[in-house]
Design a protein. Structure first.
Length: 565
């Protein structure tokens, strides 16, 4: 009976409350994006040279992107996302608090390797927040997974700009206090909201309507932050104005509560009507409802039945309209089933996705890591490069949110496989890298927009594709393993390509051996990254070719389920 008539507690803790709580946690989860705010203090207080500071930054990138442990914990406790969030909160508190104590002089100056461990621990908390929020959102909204992943990843992308606005209003000019804020704010907020982040497998039939409003709020917040960032670059903003800006931002962030209340009110009204008019029929026909539910899942099983044979031979008969499947159409493990990590890694799909992400995410991260130096070599002022760095989070958000929504639309209405969107973003990213390499006036502005939007898009598409191809049971573990492609690709392209060529150009310069001026400093590097993105485009096309039939079956199965309902 509880499944048909939820209690009042269940009504308060709905999937919409879980979505709002997850979004708020994501708003403070991206502290690793704020490294540029406190890195000068870290360098000065600890007496680091640039190489040592870069080592700390590398440990930050590794911690923020390698989330295998959070995925394993999520798979071990699928019904208790709060355990993953609590583990992340403890790491966040420990890592940033130890860094703050070291910078403030409360603790003795740690050796550089220990500071790298502090940074790794602090940044690693981000993967726990992200895993719990994304996995719960996908479980609650499986038919709109692209949209909800875009929302979760979008707020994570905006979190850097949000945290900087909070810092500007409360602790402007005091990076040491900012480190303390990074230790306390995400931790306290997570402990306050983590029990609302729950899985609720319900369908009120109006998900898209409320998700569209939620998406509109996210876009409004992004637009507001973009106006604030540009305004701060062209005019002087006083302390009173910063507080007013922060209060307005806080009001926008609280506004999803309206959606939560309206969605739960609509659900309560539907349940009340069922209680008044159909309760006896529901109780008498509960067995019939169970049969209908079984038919819903049998439709999916029927559509996937021809993919359930492991190690299919070229001459074996499958159920695809009575036709035999040739060797080019076989694969070792079934798509759409709940594979574990090892099973997923035995498939070609996993490694095609990993390689495409290494090309795309790696080159995107290499771009943002070097954007200040690129601007300096092209003669941009410090204000211009600072604006570019700040606006990167906006382009990142637009890519994460927009592509998730658009890919859902084309998948649902056109049956278009999501890997095609990965291929499109890599092709556009290749153009963006080529534009930056040209060194023409304004090339960095245009190129950074293209690369930033496409980089964010890949962070929304990759988890969606992972959940669809490999299933939801071990989704957190698998998509966090694929995410290792980001620091892997970034290390090769940023350190071994961009850094090496920049140092080579600097040493050949007749001016300052530590600084390179001119478009030649990064031209070859970004041409290489342009070709790397083109290679990733080809890999993504191969993944699209392999999965296009599977995605058509997914769409057909959903249509069949809708017909049964």
């Amino acid at each position: 009976m509880g499944r048909w008539f939820p209690s009042s507690t269940a009504g308060r803790r709905s999937k919409w409350a879980a979505l709002a709580a997850s979004a708020w946690i994501q708003c403070t989860a991206g502290a690793s994006y704020c490294f540029g705010v406190y890195s000068p203090l870290l360098k000065a207080s600890q007496g680091y040279d640039q190489s040592t500071l870069d080592s700390v930054a590398f440990f930050k990138d590794v911690g923020a992107n390698v989330g295998v442990l959070s995925g394993i914990l999520s798979s071990a406790f699928p019904a208790r996302p709060w355990t993953v969030l609590a583990a992340g909160a403890v790491q966040c508190l420990a890592g940033y608090l130890l860094m703050w104590l070291s910078v403030a002089g409360v603790l003795p100056r740690p050796p550089p390797l220990l500071m790298c461990v502090y940074m790794l621990l602090a940044a690693h908390a981000q993967t726990f927040f992200n895993t719990a929020d994304v996995v719960t959102a996908v479980e609650n909204f499986p038919d709109s997974r692209g949209t909800v992943i875009g929302i979760m990843k979008g707020f994570l992308g905006l979190s850097g700009a949000i945290l900087i606005q909070i810092y500007g209003a409360l602790f402007n000019g005091n990076p040491s206090s900012f480190l303390l804020m990074l230790a306390l704010l995400p931790t306290l907020l997570t402990f306050l909201l983590m029990f609302f982040v729950e899985v609720h497998k319900t369908d009120e039939g109006c998900d898209k309507k409320f998700l569209d409003v939620f998406s509109l709020i996210a876009l409004t917040i992004a637009g507001y932050l973009m106006l604030v960032i540009i305004g701060e670059c062209v005019m002087i903003v006083g302390s009173e104005a910063r507080i007013l800006i922060f209060l307005m931002l806080l009001l926008l962030l609280i506004s999803p509560l309206v959606i939560v209340v309206k969605a739960q009110t609509k659900e309560s009204k539907i349940l009340a009507e069922a209680s008044c008019h159909d309760r006896i029929r529901l109780i008498d026909d509960i067995n019939s409802l169970e049969v209908i539910e079984e038919r819903r899942y049998s439709q999916l099983a029927a559509e996937r039945s021809c993919m359930k044979h492991d190690h299919v031979g070229p001459n074996e008969m499958l159920c695809d309209n009575g036709h035999e499947r040739n060797s080019e159409e076989t694969f070792l493990l079934p798509r759409g089933e709940n594979l574990n990590l090892l099973q997923a890694m035995w498939t070609y799909d996993f490694w095609l996705l990993f390689l495409a992400m290494a090309c795309g995410m790696g080159s995107g991260l290499a771009t943002v890591n070097n954007i200040s130096q690129i601007g300096g070599s092209l003669g941009y002022t410090s204000m211009e490069t600072s604006t570019l760095v700040s606006l990167w989070s906006i382009w990142n958000f637009l890519g994460r949110f927009g592509t998730g929504y658009i890919s859902d639309y084309f998948l649902r209405l056109r049956g278009c496989a999501r890997p095609l969107f990965i291929a499109v973003t890599l092709a556009i990213m290749s153009i963006g890298h080529a534009i930056i390499s040209s060194g023409f006036p304004g090339s960095l502005h245009v190129g950074s927009v293209l690369v930033g939007v496409c980089y964010g898009s890949q962070w929304a598409l990759m988890p969606s594709i992972t959940s669809e191809i490999f299933g939801l049971r071990h989704f957190g573990t698998i998509f966090n393993t694929v995410a290792i492609a980001s620091p892997f690709g970034s290390y090769i392209l940023s350190v071994r390509v961009v850094g090496y060529i920049y140092d080579m150009e600097s040493s050949s310069s007749s001016t300052d051996v530590q600084k390179c001026m001119g478009k030649h400093c990064f031209m070859l590097s970004f041409l290489i990254m342009s070709f790397v993105s083109l290679f990733g485009f080809a890999v993504a096309l191969a993944l699209f070719y392999r999965t296009r039939r599977f995605y058509k079956q997914v769409v057909y199965a959903r249509l069949q389920i809708s017909f049964v309902e």
